[in-house]
Write a protein that binds this ligand. Structure first.
Ligand SMILES: *Cc1c(COP(=O)(O)O)cnc(C)c1O
Length: 409
């Protein structure tokens, strides 16, 4: 048995290993407190957070406005269930819809639930509005996608780690290569109710599609009466320098799926945002969630929306992002990295094989007090909170330069 005496990092890690499922392989750091772009472990060592909870922490740890909004709401009412109305709900839905340039919101909690909601919405819209024959609705998705971990969602994953041994799989999805407009064009047929894509594929290693791709997806889906669903759970809400990554191509999808930063790193909040014609397909009893749209979630997300409306975070992501990518390109010319992708304050960096694996680089950075996350072997992902200072960003990048330089010597 573990005891209350377990309190060093290594003791806490051993206890967690013994009593939690091993569905993650975290770096060996045990965080106790955090503020802004910095986290402190149980031994008091400080780390620069260059991952930001996969963009859930776009506004930084312990953001004052968000914590104050949460505290105020904690003292009022936290949960009503949707059996009753509460006084934060209308404002949340109205303001979020407005931020998105849409009409209606369907709130859930986690990203995966919002993706499930989008799938159900598209299917029902297909049968009731588009007139697809019962049971035939098809959704076209991209290879190397990441949309979450539920049984239906992993059914259309192409990642064996995410998918193997979890069948039987949900039918009704067709996978096409990401960025290949001809393959997508060929896949969208009369039974296709939606094309579901990440405008930038985060988990895959921050893959940006070829210029013009999203605009072509928009054209094809519009022409064939098919919904274009943009999963902006990671790419949205400021990360790329715009409120939505789709904006970089002046594309407006039929539906946004939002999550992560929508809850400000405080509470899980996700949502599907779309037109009344699309979200209007739901009747009472057909979909829901006990915690979806709860007062605490709405209060925090309302503050997130208000902060995004200032444009301040998008501007920061653009400015610091330009600097980040400029600095990273210098590593590329030095031969330590083989590719750099991304937009705004978001980068996927492929490490040259002779400079170690992504995990080894992440581990070496952790020892120096910089936290990033590897993905797919050779890639590291850099996505600091948008509130990071330029000096702190440079400090983190300085360590990355030294870690990569040391390995090439
Ligand atoms: C994280 C993520 C999800 C899943 O969100 P959860 O809150 O982990 O369920 C879905 N889509 C994208 C693009 C994501 O980055």
């Amino acid at each position: 048995m573990t005891t209350a005496a377990a309190n060093t990092s290594s003791e806490l890690i051993s206890a967690a290993e013994a009593h939690s499922a091993h569905n993650y392989h975290p770096l060996p750091v045990v965080v106790a407190t955090a503020e802004g772009a910095w986290m402190t472990d149980v031994e008091g060592k400080r780390y620069l957070d260059m991952l930001a909870g996969y963009s859930a922490l776009n506004f930084g740890h312990g953001n004052r406005r968000l914590i104050d909004a949460a505290k105020a709401q904690l003292e009022r009412v936290t949960l009503t269930s949707r059996a009753f109305h509460h006084d934060r709900f209308a404002a949340f839905c109205t303001e979020l819809a407005e931020l998105c340039g849409m009409e209606m919101v369907l709130p859930m909690n986690t990203g995966a639930e919002a993706v499930e909601t989008a799938v159900k919405t598209a299917r029902k819209w297909g049968y009731k509005v588009k007139g697809v024959p019962e049971g035939r609705a098809k959704i076209v998705v991209a290879a190397d996608n990441f949309h979450g971990r539920t049984t239906t969602i992993i059914s259309f994953s192409t990642d064996p780690e995410a998918r193997a041994d979890f069948g039987p799989y949900t039918p009704g999805f067709q996978v096409v290569p990401y960025g290949d407009i001809e393959a997508l064009d060929a896949a969208v047929d009369a039974d296709t109710v939606a094309v579901l894509l990440e405008p930038i594929q985060g988990e895959a290693g921050v893959l940006v599609p070829p210029p013009g791709y999203l605009a072509e997806v928009r054209r094809i889906t519009a022409e064939r009466d098919t919904l274009f669903i943009a999963d902006e759970i990671q790419s949205g809400l400021g990360r790329t320098g715009r409120t939505f990554a789709c904006e970089h191509e002046d594309v407006v999808p039929d539906m946004y799926i939002l999550g992560k930063a929508l809850g400000g790193g405080v509470v899980p909040v996700s949502a599907v945002v779309s037109s009344a014609a699309v979200l209007g397909v739901f009747q009472p009893g057909e979909h829901g969630s006990t915690f979806g749209g709860n007062p605490l979630a709405c209060a925090v997300a309302l503050e997130v929306v208000a902060m995004l409306r200032t444009g301040e975070f998008q501007a920061r992501a653009t400015e610091l992002g330009d600097h980040l990518h400029q600095e990273l390109r210098r590593f590329e010319s030095a031969g330590a990295v083989t590719a750099i992708r991304g937009r705004g304050l978001w980068a996927g960096v492929d490490i040259a094989f002779d400079h170690g694996t992504g995990r080894q680089v992440s581990q070496a950075l952790m020892e120096r007090g910089v936290l990033v996350k590897d993905t797919h072997g050779q890639t590291i992902r850099i996505a600091p909170p948008l509130v990071i200072s330029k000096d702190d960003l440079d400090w983190g990048l300085g360590h990355l330069r030294e870690v990569l330089g040391a390995r090439s010597a």
